[in-house]
Design a protein around this ligand. Structure first.
Ligand SMILES: *Cc1c(COP(=O)(O)O)cnc(C)c1O
Length: 370
């Protein structure tokens, strides 16, 4: 096999090697089918079986209640920035919590469909933390409360649902969440949400697939007369096959759900694995706090995207150069934040994180010693 580097890319991101090998094998011929996954009809019984297993594995992993639909859509996470207000805002108001770049983009799209309000805005503070519940300004008649569980660019993550105790039950204001970059990294209590969604290419598969989980109750509230492809109800009624779905991406997603269940021991086990990996890096960064700083406040640090920097842009560039020479790739922070970002999703092995930890300790020793 060709040499693989340690890939810290934020997305599309590293996939489990076992999944890649299986997909490679099946690219020529699906077992028992004699055709490639790229060549089969989405109306075939083989496609039915892939859809069914992908959905049932996901339902099992997240314990999704029976009164929720699972949709496999296209258009990426960003189409959801529009579909959510198109279906549910309809000229009304909704509350948005902005803790980073993706939430900021989402509210901008919602403004085209109604009058969303900022329940909390982290931008004044450079998006370094999530709000406390008592800081939220929530509206009684909001159609939904929207937030981003993990801001991929800033590396800022919610530990639990915002405002849930005081406000966000699905019987009152439905909670809507972009879980793109921490999907399947930890359990979620789906019953607390009206809708949650994730593009696959961070933690769950290749680009081209977006998974939406939506309650029947919220689906009932969607606006009438929508274009079919923008209408959640139509997608649900058509079993996510209103048009040709991305079968390959759904297939790889199915393999990833199997891998989580069979190889990683399920979500509880995976949560510990992810927490431990993140802790390795944060401990090393904190131990060299005179040399590195993290972008996120300690209490809001992400277990998926570790954002940090040295004291100067020159040293950051040197860090990235030397890391790359050791096969530690894609560590450059997003241009809007700068510094470094290590994305350590489910498929990032412990050994990859340890290699980065060793490198950053060595680098600090070398550079602060001179
Ligand atoms: C990557 C990402 C997006 C954008 O995803 P696309 O599929 O490229 O539209 C949106 N939200 C979050 C949290 C992300 O990490």
């Amino acid at each position: 096999m060709s040499q693989r580097v340690v890939n810290f890319c934020a997305g599309p991101a590293v996939l489990p090697e076992a999944v890649l090998s299986e997909a490679q094998r099946d690219l020529m011929s699906l077992p028992g089918v004699g055709m490639s996954i790229l060549e089969i009809s989405h109306r075939s019984t083989w496609a039915d079986a892939i859809f069914e297993e992908a959905e049932s594995n996901l339902r099992e992993l997240l314990a999704i209640p029976a009164n929720y639909r699972v949709l496999f859509l296209q258009g990426g996470a960003q189409l959801q920035f529009s579909m959510i207000p198109i279906n549910f805002l309809a000229g009304g108001t909704a509350d948005y919590i902005v803790t980073g770049t993706w939430g900021a983009k989402a509210i901008k799209e919602a403004e085209k469909e109604g009058t969303p309000r900022l329940a909390w805005d982290g931008r004044g503070d450079n998006c370094v933390r999530v709000p406390r519940d008592e800081e939220l300004e929530l509206t009684e008649d909001a159609r939904y409360l929207y937030y981003t569980s993990n801001e991929t660019i800033q590396g800022v993550q919610f530990a639990s649902e915002p405002g849930f105790e005081s406000h966000g039950t699905t019987s009152r204001v439905p909670l809507v969440c972009d879980v793109s970059s921490d999907f399947l990294s930890r359990p979620i209590d789906v019953s607390r949400y009206g809708l949650l969604y994730a593009c696959a290419q961070k933690n769950a598969g290749p680009a081209g697939l977006t998974i939406v989980i939506v309650s029947d109750e919220l689906l009932e509230r969607r606006r009438d007369g929508l274009h079919s492809m923008l209408d959640y109800r139509r997608h649900a009624e058509a079993g996510s096959r209103l048009n040709t779905p991305p079968m390959f991406a759904i297939y790889v997603f199915m393999l990833v759900t199997r891998w989580i269940r069979d190889e990683m021991g399920g979500l509880a086990e995976l949560t510990r694995f992810n927490r431990d990996k993140a802790q390795l890096l944060y401990d090393a960064l904190d131990a060299h706090a005179d040399f590195y700083s993290t972008h996120a406040d300690a209490a809001s640090r992400s277990t998926m995207n570790v954002t940090f920097r040295t004291e100067t842009a020159e040293l950051d560039a040197k860090f990235l150069q030397q890391a790359s020479e050791q096969g530690l790739e894609q560590l450059k922070g997003h241009r809007s934040v700068g510094g470094m970002r290590a994305s350590i999703y489910n498929a990032m092995p412990q050994a990859g994180v340890e290699a980065l930890r060793d490198f950053l300790v060595d680098f600090a020793g070398r550079e602060s010693g001179t």
